[in-house]
Write a protein that binds this ligand. Sequence first.
Ligand code: NI
Length: 253
Amino acid sequence: MFIDNHCHVLGEYYDNIDEVIKKCKAAKVEKIIVSGTNIKTNREVLELVNKYDIVYGTIGFHPTELDDFTDTYFAWLEANINNKKIIGIGEIGLDYHYDNTDKELQIMVFKRQLDIAKKYHKSVIIHSRDSTRDTYNILKDYKLSGVIHCFSGSVEMAREFIKIGYYIGIGGIITYKNAKNIKEVVKEIPLSYILLETDSPYLAPEPYRGKENNPSNIPLIAEAISGIKSVSITEVAAVTTANSRAVFDFFNK
Ligand code: NI
């Protein structure tokens, strides 16, 4: 079986979520973790985890979704974090890609959410774009566990994140011809620190690059990893599933 450790299977992207869930089951993707990014999608995550057995969720406020930020974000998170199928806080982090970035606000919101993760013993799903150094320096002090989603840094940085308790999230980019950097990362770090993710609806693996992604494409990502590491796809499935269970508390389901 496979687990998709990070995706956005939400009404704003998919007309028929029932159909997406069916496809997952057919592809042996037996759990998917749907991440919210703002108040609207976080609310939807709470509905989806109730509706579908294979859906688990994380809730959190994404660094590029802070336009309507208020302090109530944190109270809302705390009020919902103990839902049995909410297994972490995410997608949270830092994103310095855009010129008008309010770094101070991003850092404050990131830290406050890490405080909540610490208080409730939750894992975190981390978004980091053009901000590796700051992300690392903040996470280093928290002693939490989680995943660096859609990792795009160097082998050296991957090793540093592993040392402080993080797993490396690998998605569709690993199937792209020109993705030398991430192939090097997968080659060099142990399989026991890799988590599979689609980030659906984004970043569809080959041969679907550029099209709408969905979690049933997880085996294509596992296949690419099995090629790079010269192990069977069965082993990739078994090890990455065990990794996921080590990071996220699925309550033994
Ligand atoms: Ni994402």
